[in-house]
Design a protein around this ligand. Structure first.
Ligand code: NAD
Length: 518
């Protein structure tokens, strides 16, 4: 192992203090995919620790919720500054834990900063009480409050150790909830360092509890106690998480898998589209839920596009370096390498052509795999419908927009899509016909992901609920209608025949039709 593939030896024991785990707890190894070697050990929490984390989080929640929203939001703005100030250290940790290239790790820093800035500024407005027209205008005053749900359970995946571990907890906290967070073991160092920075920004420690341990035991124990479930991961696990939450009548936000398509129409700027496709297919070695796995090309531009795209893919550099300038890093684990290899070999065996890549690269590191472009993928191949979640994209040619839309929608998933056209009106029209939670016009994924005021999430098998914008914070609240009645009680006035009263009520109702409702 080279020097750059190590962490400061004092860091793990310092970070371990933020994990709820008993003295003498078992430890697990944190590995770096760059070499497969151990970089740290951290304690494993037990179900008792999870219970204690919930007890402490519940005890702290009411006091936290009683603080002004503006006060809570300021902590986020301080955290924003701390993340940017410590970005080099965070980038090192993200890279070491995930094996991704530095430029892809940097997208996580940008995401966290964007989410903090958005909710730091907008949360007080999203959460403020709102007046609505009452039952009897003038006499009934109706106000809606957004009450925190209590303790939110957050289970994060491994692919974005900073962003996916922490950003879903932030709006939950600002809405006045406590959070019990279980980051993936492969993301634990980065997640814990982010939690330390939140502490430094002024977050009361007890309102954010961290436990570590395997998903099927500790992750499940976290979600089984939550007043609201925030889960990110595969669709298969998401279904069982949803069933368990539903049986307790607890709400859940589920951010799941995707089989995302990019359509390059016949009037697209091919250079820009090809440039963006390289990033959109191979960012984080394709281990990005919103990355592109299907390239749908209008037949009139297909060969010109492929010439530029394949030229760029050919020049991509792979490396295990913590320096800038590497185009793509490693897959995270042997399981991920197996899955990618299986999809490519299955396609190859069934007649697909490999236009680029198609091989593992153990000469660089144990789980490296080349950026791979497949042609001639058919319905019998696993990568046609199944999410590869790796650096593999399949090319399809279509004769027009209708065929492109039908192909883009030919999946059970509905997470992200991209449409390329110089005519943005055409692009937006095409986008609106694709059944995905986010569709980017003339971008692969960052335009929608980085627009923090707009919702982001999946349709179909890609999930339930949204992150970002008003939906991304209000889901962590329960709306409460407080209606105050003034004047005489709601009854037939004394001395007025009921029939006369009913007619005048009906007249009032007709008049209300023209009134502004809120
Ligand atoms: P996975 O479902 O196997 O695991 C995801 C996380 O859930 C892991 O941390 C795992 O330990 C944990 N887990 C497993 N069983 C659990 C249970 N019963 N209860 C609670 N937690 C449990 O998914 P994976 O294959 O490791 O991750 C890749 C998948 O995640 C891909 O499908 C990808 O698209 C998806 N993903 C989606 C988003 C999104 O925002 N939509 C973001 C990142 C990843």
């Amino acid at each position: 192992m080279t020097d750059q593939h190590t962490v400061d030896p004092t860091l793990p024991s310092r970070l371990a203090r933020r994990v709820r785990a008993a003295a003498g707890a078992e430890h697990f190894d944190c590995l770096t995919p760059f070499t497969g070697g151990v970089i740290a050990t951290l304690p494993v929490s037990t179900e008792t620790d999870v219970r204690q984390a919930y007890d402490a989080a519940r005890a702290a929640q009411a006091r936290w919720a009683a603080r002004a929203v503006g006060d809570r939001a300021k902590i986020l703005l301080r955290f924003h500054d701390l993340v940017l100030a410590h970005q080099d250290e965070l980038l090192d940790l993200i890279q070491l834990e995930s094996g991704k290239a530095r430029r892809h790790a940097f997208e996580e820093v940008l995401d966290v900063a964007g989410v903090c800035r958005h909710y730091g500024r907008k949360a007080p407005d999203y959460l403020r009480p709102r007046r609505h027209l009452g039952a009897i205008p003038g006499l009934t005053q109706s106000t809606v409050l957004h009450q925190p749900r209590g303790v939110i359970g957050v289970v994060g995946p491994w692919n974005y150790p900073l962003s996916m571990s922490i950003t879903d907890a932030l709006p939950a906290l600002i809405a006045g909830n406590s959070v019990v967070l279980r980051p993936d073991e492969k993301a634990a160092l980065t997640a814990l360092r982010a939690v330390e920075l939140l502490d430094q920004a002024g977050l009361p420690r007890d309102v954010l509890q961290v436990v570590l341990g395997p998903g099927p035991t500790i992750g499940e124990a976290v979600l089984d106690r939550a007043d609201y479930v925030m889960y990110t991961g595969s669709t298969a696990t998401g279904r069982t998480v949803a069933e368990r939450a539903a049986s307790r009548l607890v709400g859940a936000s589920l951010e799941l898998g995707g089989k995302n398509a990019m359509y390059v129409a016949d009037d697209a700027n091919l250079r820009h589209a090809a440039e963006s496709a390289v990033r959109s297919c191979f960012s984080s070695a394709g281990q990005l839920c919103i990355s592109i796995e299907r390239l749908i090309l209008h037949e009139r531009i297909a060969e010109d596009f492929l010439k530029i795209f394949l030229g760029r893919v050919d020049r991509m550099t792979l490396g295990a370096d913590l320096a800038w300038g590497v185009d793509m890093g490693s897959l995270i684990s042997p399981e991920q390498l197996d899955r990618v290899t299986q999809h490519v070999e299955d396609a190859r065996a069934k007649g697909a052509t490999v236009l680029a890549g198609g091989h593992a690269r153990p000469d660089i590191g144990p789980y490296f795999y080349e950026p791979t472009v497949l042609d001639g993928v058919t319905a019998t191949m696993d990568c046609r419908m199944g999410e590869t979640f790796g650096p593999v994209v399949a090319v399809y040619r279509v004769s027009g927009d209708d065929e492109a839309i039908a192909l883009a929608n030919d999946t059970n998933y509905g997470l992200n899509a991209s449409v390329w056209s110089r005519d943005t009106t055409r692009g937006k029209h095409l986008a609106s016909q694709i059944r995905c939670g986010t569709v980017n016009v003339n971008e692969g994924y960052i335009a929608a992901w980085g627009s923090n005021g707009s919702p982001m999430g999946g349709m179909g098998d890609s999930g339930l609920g949204r992150r970002h914008g008003s939906e991304g914070i209000l889901k962590y609240t329960e709306s409460q209608n407080i209606s105050v009645q003034r004047g005489t009680p709601f009854r037939v006035p004394r001395g007025v025949p009921e029939k006369v009263w009913a007619r005048s009520m009906a007249r009032g109702m007709r008049a209300m039709k023209g009134m502004r409702l809120s």
